[in-house]
Design a protein around this ligand. Structure first.
Ligand code: TRP
Ligand code: SF4
Length: 328
């Protein structure tokens, strides 16, 4: 069709996207649209594996996520954008793959063990949560993707996907290529409290935030801990506000702050205000597009339905091959 290699990746709709997500996965996805035939989807069934007790927020998060995607440059003209649960074939393939996946592969999955510890406030001793990587394998091989752009935490899942694909091919004949993880280089973005930016730490700056909210969060940011008073010289190299300046302010401003901070010629309050303005300005084009799509819910729905149709066409074809391979 396009002659481009196909890649596929997904995100769970568990909350609004923040600037850490933007510079991590999203920017990379946008970039890859030039070179690849991209399938990007919202993994709502995966969200259900951990949020099954209270699934009510998932549908709102899905809508938000599509808008965040479109606003940051994912384009339905270039990529296939869809929602996992709109393509029921994922569930059928997941079921079939579950027949051939040995349970120990899932039990020794490092992400599984890690999440059980981290999300200790939830009961994750479910069949569905253990089977998370099987569903992910179905997502990936359904589209015969050559590559899966992911962060390091997801590499074990791509590895299990390869093993499942290999086992399927061994039993039933060559149907699936083995996908490769394409590691996303992610600049480490710290949150306003200096820890890794994350929704669960409540330290993130969201793409949907207003200028006032951004300014308020910038004002709370941790700075050089050695700098207690205005008269103390600061060290920008250990200051997260300065990291943000390097990302969002122009070079002149960055150099000026670097110089003045070290000589106690600028206070942290003012420095943060300048940074907030740079950040607000950098996010302005995203905010404008967000408003555009927020005001056009029908357009957003059409985009996602159309993406679902495109994905389903591929998925149906794959499932025909799968059933034939199993003589079903
Ligand atoms: N597990 C992924 C995450 O939490 C989301 C995901 C689901 C995914 N299915 C996928 C990613 C298929 C890549 C390919 O980030
Ligand atoms: Fe950080 Fe700016 Fe304060 Fe220096 S002046 S410590 S760079 S916030």
């Amino acid at each position: 069709m396009t002659g481009k290699k196909r890649i596929l990746s997904g995100m769970r709709p568990t909350g609004p996207l923040h600037i850490g997500n933007l510079h991590g996965a999203l920017a990379n996805w946008v970039e890859m649209q030039q070179e690849y035939d991209c399938f990007y989807f919202i993994a709502d069934w995966h969200a259900l594996t951990s949020d099954y007790e209270d699934p009510g927020s998932i549908s709102g998060y899905i809508k938000e996520m599509i808008i965040d995607w479109l606003s940051t440059g994912l384009s339905p003209d270039k990529s296939t954008l869809f929602v996992q649960s709109h393509v029921k074939e994922h569930a059928e393939l997941y079921l079939i793959l579950s027949m051939i996946t040995p349970v120990p592969w899932l039990e020794r999955n490092p992400t599984y063990k890690d999440q059980i510890v981290q999300l200790s406030n939830r009961d994750l001793s479910t069949f569905g949560f253990l089977g998370y990587p099987v569903l992910q394998a179905a997502d990936i091989i359904m589209y015969k993707a050559y590559g899966v752009p992911v962060g390091v935490d997801q590499v074990p899942h791509v590895e299990i996907t390869r093993e499942i694909a290999r086992r399927f091919n061994y039993f039933y004949g060559e149907v699936f290529p083995e996908p490769e993880a394409i590691l996303t280089e992610t600049p480490k973005i710290l949150g306003i409290d200096g820890r890794k930016m994350s929704k669960s730490y409540d330290n993130a700056i969201y793409l949907s935030e207003s200028s006032d909210e951004i300014a308020a969060k910038a004002a709370q940011m941790f700075t050089d801990p050695q700098r207690a008073r205005l008269s103390d010289p600061g060290n920008p190299e250990v200051c997260n506000v300065f990291e943000f300046h390097k990302m969002y302010s122009n070079k002149e401003t960055v150099d000026k702050i670097d110089h003045e901070c070290r000589r106690a010629q600028i206070g942290c309050v003012e420095c943060k205000q300048i940074m907030a303005n740079s950040l607000i300005k950098a996010l302005e084009p995203i905010r404008e597009k967000r408003e555009y799509y927020l005001a056009r819910p029908q357009l957003v729905e059409d985009i996602i339905n159309e993406g679902g149709n495109k994905a389903r066409n591929v998925a149906r074809q794959t499932m025909t091959e799968v059933r034939a391979a199993l003589k079903l």
